[in-house]
Design a protein around this ligand. Structure first.
Ligand SMILES: [Zn+2]
Length: 437
């Protein structure tokens, strides 16, 4: 008999390992934050004892969902302006609001709300692109989530700098401060090829390589962006990044809506990862990324919510459901983007895209215990024939019951453990009053 810190039982355990093994009447033994064993409940009960055991009756356990592209603090701008094209929305509404309101206090409070929402939607890891990275990191740690926090880089002045060199210097300081943290992974976030000059992009890449951190960017999100980059540099955005040496497996590109076949080949060959943000793209009418074609070419595609001001929620369950339907309709092929493929994109492929493939994304011995328990005993989830189908096509955030990150319980019975939910909501209402004016 071995000792564990915690045993989690579940009617179904989706491992999302290479064999995509699903264990009926399964259990997970957790020790020192890691998965000591993932097996049948009978074998775990025989081999492990623990001071705390979660029964998991009527529940499914799966790896924490991974949100590979968001701007967490933008939850405070949710619903501030909608039903506009990206360029107008961004330049006339969002950037002015950010210029007026962004501060470490704003970002810290907003990120608590975003983490609460994501945790309650079964997300354990997210990749963030924003400013005031220390505030993002501190609030994420407080809630008890894992994040790849990108220090934002643009060429224009904002609340955190006057020019690209300011942002780059801040990014280096941020990376040095947070490298080695058990929950926060520092990263660099270039806004886009239209908001960052070739020189800024090259300096960012050099900095990312020097510290071996992930580079994040928005890429080919709109038709306007493609035309703009073509007119400025005489090449399309993907070719532009390729020429600057940015494409490789340490780059995650959000959107990639407007791609020519040769650009898909470039992304595949360079092992660049793509974060598919379908709900944001649909709402801003930016277009629909050619996900099926990218996957056929071997591009690793995962899911991102993008910011709450353009989605307008932070749920990967919802992204999976939308994407699996839209790509079937778009390709005229109901066998395209299956529930199983969607679940892989939301878990293991997302973790790999963020460079965390060895740490999370599947429930396998030795990985961090980032585990979600969701209720199955719900009107829209009985009877059950195919667990992947239910998670992707029927489940929603309200079904998420308990969430562990790094072996620690962050949400139990839908209750936030590390902070006061009512206080987080009250602070959001207060900020909203100020922002509305
Ligand atoms: Zn974005």
């Amino acid at each position: 008999m071995e000792s564990a810190d915690l045993i989690v039982n579940a009617d179904y355990v989706l491992t999302m390992n290479q064999a995509l093994a699903v264990i009926k009447s399964g259990a997970i033994a957790i020790k020192d934050g890691k998965l000591a064993a993932v097996d049948t409940a009978a074998r775990i009960a025989k081999n492990y004892s623990a001071p705390k055991i979660i029964s998991g009756e009527g529940k499914v356990a799966f790896p924490g969902l991974v949100n590979t592209h968001t701007h967490a603090a933008m939850v405070y701008f949710r619903g501030l302006s909608d039903d506009l094209p990206l360029k107008v929305w961004l330049e006339e509404h969002i950037w002015p609001a950010e210029a007026k309101w962004l501060s470490p206090e704003f970002v810290g409070d907003a990120v608590e709300l975003a983490c609460l929402e994501m945790l309650k939607a079964g997300i354990t890891t997210y990749a963030d692109m924003y400013f005031f990275g220390d505030a993002v990191a501190q609030s994420t740690r407080k809630i008890g989530m894992r994040a790849v926090v990108g220090a934002g880089i643009v060429d224009f002045p904002s609340a955190t700098g006057n020019n690209a060199d300011d942002y780059l210097a801040n990014a280096e300081r941020f990376i040095t401060k947070w490298k080695g943290d058990d929950l926060i992974v520092p990263s660099i976030a270039d806004h886009s090829a239209y908001a960052c000059s070739p020189e800024t992009l090259k300096k960012s890449k050099a900095l990312a390589d020097r510290h071996d951190v992930l580079l994040q960017i928005h890429l080919s999100e709109t038709e306007w962006e493609v035309k703009e980059i073509l007119s400025r540099y005489g090449r399309r955005p993907v070719a532009h990044l390729d020429a600057l040496g940015l494409l490789d497996e340490r780059l995650i590109a959000a959107h990639c809506v407007w791609l020519e076949p040769e650009e898909i080949t470039l992304l595949a060959k360079s092992k660049t990862s793509v974060s598919h943000c379908i709900e944001s793209n649909l709402k801003l009418a930016s277009g629909i990324a050619p996900v099926v074609k990218m996957q056929q070419a071997g591009v690793r595609v995962s899911f991102g919510t993008d910011g709450a001001a353009s989605n307008n929620d932070l749920s990967i369950l919802s992204e999976m459901s939308t994407a699996a339907r839209v790509h079937k309709a778009l390709s005229g092929d109901p066998t395209a983007l299956t529930a199983k493929q969607a679940m892989l994109m939301a878990t293991r492929h997302g973790a790999e895209a963020l460079g965390l493939g060895n740490l999370c994304g599947s429930l396998e011995h030795g990985k961090a215990a980032d585990v979600v328990l969701a209720d199955l005993n719900r009107p829209h989830l009985v009877p059950l024939y195919d667990i992947y189908s239910h998670i992707v096509y029927s489940m929603n955030a309200a079904d998420i019951n308990t969430v562990l990150v790094n072996g620690e319980i962050a949400l139990e019975g839908r209750k936030l453990i590390n902070a006061d939910e009512a206080e987080i909501l009250a602070k959001a209402v207060q900020w909203g009053r100020k922002i509305r004016g």
